[in-house]
Design a protein around this ligand. Structure first.
Ligand code: NAD
Length: 426
């Protein structure tokens, strides 16, 4: 039984309001001074930049980018770069704060950061995207280094973008610096398993949550996944390979439903030759993204973007478990509704931490110039995530709170301990 903290709370629409509302809820359970609670509400530094990019037709277009370092108390800051028209300073702030809690929760020696450029990457040619990335990377040079801030891919960016970031930084330094970013292609210092890491981690957490509720037979479990990008497709594939029934998936074009389970490897092959989308795949019934979220299933995995489960649809969710692949897919109001309805939510900062965990492995391998094989990567990933799940579950039971609040309680405590031990400069 979960205690709903503040059922009267107002809807918090923006991601930063969501992040702060979650923080305010969790910090009540952490036995630390008020001034420290206030301290951790603030991002440490915020950077914004307007920069020109030459289009292929010779014209110059201006773009705006951001990078926010929320905390560096536990180590260098770590977090992805997003290319999207929806990027705003508030979104980047929220994502940076969540990175702080995520890294702390899974015990990585990192603080939290995030960055983004306001751009539709699909509207640029490959050479325009390269010039945009290289210019943005060079604007970030004063802020990033393998010892201060290490970017990674996020929505709209990929391993090629990371390769250009790494090359631009290396050209500026005069020597190769693979540890400047993670999520690079394997042959230039990337890690085995990084592409699959986040989706695989989502499923590792799902399995732990199911086992916590004595559900151990994969064929009994039906899964619905919103988003079929890096996180959604890799979660779907790993779940499928473990024997679970993935009955629906979606992307920005809409969703597909098949009660018998979709053939995920076949669907992934289809997207490869279909411009990256699931649109038109013949072996499923079309559903809208809104319908997909309320399908009858055991597990719902939102793996697309923020703000998908709100007070408007939380009462219609029929899944028994929500495992958050995306960052911030559930608003605080919706959280209350899901908790009251007994739906078990494994929060983003735990469920999607697989990505930053293998990013951490990549950084360690780059710094040591010594590489591990995929089996070692996946074994260590599972060890860290299962431990984090068990610790969070124990905290939730101890305080009789939901898993999100419990995850943040653990994370906030770790960051505040570091701040107290390091002291406040000067
Ligand atoms: P991606 O760009 O690879 O995929 C996003 C997917 O969501 C695509 O299938 C896209 O079509 C779909 N989508 C976009 N808008 C949608 C909408 N309105 N409705 C339904 N589907 C929509 O991105 P990703 O890397 O898979 O990231 C997805 C989420 O996971 C983001 O919230 C991201 O911050 C989070 N995340 C990603 C990683 C990672 O390692 N890639 C790690 C942690 C968290």
């Amino acid at each position: 039984m979960v205690v709903a903290l503040n059922p009267q709370i107002e809807e918090h629409d923006g991601p930063y309001q969501t992040a702060l509302a979650q923080y305010d809820r969790a910090s009540r359970y952490v036995n630390i001074r008020e001034d420290l609670i206030e301290y951790m509400r603030y991002p440490r530094r915020e950077f914004s930049v307007n920069f020109p990019v030459r289009r292929d037709n010779g014209t110059i277009e201006m773009f705006t980018g951001y990078r926010v370092h929320h905390s560096t108390a536990l180590g260098p800051s770590k977090g992805g770069l997003r290319y999207s028209l929806a990027v705003t300073p508030d979104e980047v702030r929220a994502l940076a704060m969540w990175m702080t809690w995520k890294c702390a929760l899974v015990n990585l020696p990192y603080g939290g950061a995030k960055g983004g450029v306001v751009v539709d990457p699909h509207a640029l040619t490959q050479s325009e995207l390269e010039r945009l990335t290289r210019r943005y990377a060079s604007e970030l040079v004063p802020l990033i280094s393998p010892h201060s801030d290490i970017p990674a891919p996020d929505m709209g960016t990929n391993s090629q973008v990371m390769a250009w970031m790494m090359d631009t930084y290396s050209m500026t330094m005069g020597y190769s610096v693979p540890a400047i970013v993670t999520g690079k292609p394997r042959h230039i210092g990337g890690s085995e398993g990084r592409t699959q890491a986040t989706g695989r981690g989502v499923i590792i957490c799902m399995v732990s949550a199911l086992e916590d509720h004595n559900i151990t037979n994969p064929t009994d479990v039906s899964i619905v996944i919103q988003g079929f990008g890096n996180v959604g497709s890799n979660a779907a594939l790993y779940a499928h390979n473990l024997g679970y029934r993935v009955v629906a998936v979606s992307d920005v074009t809409g969703g597909l439903y098949n009660a018998n389970g979709l053939d995920i490897p076949d669907l992934m092959d289809y997207t490869q030759v279909n411009g990256g989308t699931i649109e038109g795949y013949p072996h499923g019934d079309y559903v809208t993204n809104a319908e997909l979220l309320t399908l009858d299933c055991d597990v719902l995995i939102p793996a697309a973007m923020e703000g998908q489960i709100t007070r408007n649809n939380a009462r219609d969710i029929r899944a028994k478990f929500v495992i958050e692949g995306a960052n911030g897919p559930t608003t605080p109001d919706a959280d209350d509704i899901l908790n009251d309805r007994g739906i078990y939510v494994v929060p983003d900062i735990l469920a999607n931490a697989g990505g930053v965990i293998v990013s951490y492995f990549e950084w360690v391998q780059d710094l040591q110039a010594f590489f591990w094989n995929e089996d070692e990567i996946f074994a260590q990933l599972e060890r860290i995530l299962k431990r984090a799940y068990d610790e969070t579950s124990a905290t939730a039971k101890e305080h009789r709170i939901d898993m999100r609040t419990a995850a943040q309680v653990k994370a906030i405590k770790r960051v505040s301990d570091a701040i107290i031990t390091r002291g406040v400069y000067p």
